[in-house]
Design a protein around this ligand. Structure first.
Ligand code: NAD
Length: 371
């Protein structure tokens, strides 16, 4: 008989939209491996509503420190506004807990360094939520591309064309450099280009533009970028919250096939298409097949992957260098947009203003508006 999996004690920090909407169902789906024991929120009404909705007796706390001292959880799920992620993640790591933190993991590469140091000191790990890496369709595409089955990747497009209205930006922490870290580049499109990086590997150079065309925000509400990958592939990236016809899309043209993902906030196998080049035989194209299972991209899938790594004694996916790479891409896109010059991978190091904040620490920096 297979041994029963270890059941980890879990606490959530922040009981707002994403924790109630996605983390709670992920915890329920893995109820044989996790037990929700505590929740933290500074808003008593939200905390009470969450505790009423959560199964079992979940203890409530008004501060992360008090919860960590009293509960000593194994795993902390962080779903607060982005400016709190570094501090709460570091506190949880120091208390010996693993962390699964909402995107963006933190506001800058400098903040990432603090998290990496806390990981190193504690031996625990912090992963960032990018749930779209974890569906079966993404795993299949990555395996085919990495295995060379589709030929070398040549040209890619990565579009996050979403729509957010003024009411969305009325929430005080949104669209501000010090609280959200930026606009759709770091808040929305980051899901899609995280998946692009997962599919294509390291990037080498980026050129970009950002603008604020509609919203009353500090940050941009649209950005575009041109990217050269280490493998030579070229890509375009669009991060928009101004697009009435909403879509999330990644398309990669390889020598022997185009692979395309079209979805909005989550994908299944059917959202991926493979179009063989004319020179590819039907037998070869048929061998690309489809995944055996149809696992939607979701918090459930990512939580499962983290628990699998834990059980195997391995660093969890979405932590360490993987988490840093996506944050570095965001910082480089902003630096390229704000300085008007190409940015190379690895050039943003301590001392560079774009290392300590996404807007290069310019207190009055504002993206160019409509001409
Ligand atoms: N992965 C995704 O698809 C996805 C989708 C939406 C949001 N998010 C991310 O989730 C995070 C939260 O977003 P949201 O839309 O749920 O926000 P939200 O405002 O609905 O929820 C945030 C919660 O944090 C609480 N909070 C604030 N300060 C706190 C503190 N010091 N300690 C404990 N709790 C505190 C608030 O009271 C609120 O209940 C953000 O980082 C966002 O980018 C991710």
């Amino acid at each position: 008989m297979a041994p029963r999996p270890v059941r980890r004690r879990v606490a959530v920090v922040g009981t707002g939209a994403i924790v109630t909407g996605s983390h709670l169902s992920a915890l329920a789906a893995h109820a044989d491996r996790v037990e929700l024991v505590a929740a933290v929120d500074v808003d008593p009404a939200r905390l009470d509503a969450f505790r009423a909705q959560a199964p079992g007796g979940v203890a409530g706390y008004a501060s992360t420190g008090a919860m960590l001292d009293a509960v000593r959880p194994d795993l902390v799920l962080v779903g607060t506004p982005p400016s709190l992620h570094r501090e709460q993640t570091v506190a949880a790591l120091k208390a010996g807990a693993w962390v699964l933190c909402e995107k963006p993991l933190c506001l800058s590469l400098a903040e990432y360094d603090d998290i990496a140091a806390a990981e190193e000191a504690s031996g625990a790990y912090a992963s960032v939520i990018f749930q779209h890496r974890y569906g079966s369709g993404a795993a299949h595409a990555r395996a085919l591309i990495a295995g060379g089955d589709l030929g070398a990747p040549l040209v890619a497009h990565c579009q996050t064309t979403w729509h957010r209205d003024a009411a969305y930006y009325a929430v005080p922490w949104r669209g501000r450099w010090t609280t959200e870290g930026g606009g759709p580049t770091v808040g929305h499109g980051i899901h899609q280009y995280d998946l692009l990086l997962h599919l294509l590997g390291p990037w080498a150079e980026i050129r970009a533009m950002a603008s604020r065309l509609v919203h009353d925000t500090e940050s941009e509400d649209v950005s575009t970028a041109l990217v050269r990958f280490e493998n030579g592939a070229l890509a375009t990236v669009v991060n928009s919250v101004l697009s009435p016809d909403e879509m999330s899309r990644i398309r990669v043209d390889c020598v022997d096939a185009t692979v395309e993902l079209t979805h909005l906030y989550g994908h299944r196998n059917d959202d991926w298409t493979y179009t063989p080049a004319r020179h590819v035989s039907p037998e070869r194209a048929a061998a690309w097949g489809a995944p055996d299972a149809d696992v939607p991209s979701s918090h459930t899938a990512q939580l499962g992957a983290v628990l699998d790594a834990w059980d195997a004694g391995a660093r969890p996916p979405g932590s360490g260098p993987e988490a840093r790479a996506t944050l570095e891409f965001a910082a480089a896109l902003y630096k390229a947009a704000f300085t008007g010059r190409p940015v190379r991978a690895g050039e943003i190091t301590p001392g560079d203003p774009f290392h300590s904040s996404m807007h290069g620490d310019h207190p009055d920096w504002a993206p160019r508006g409509r001409a």
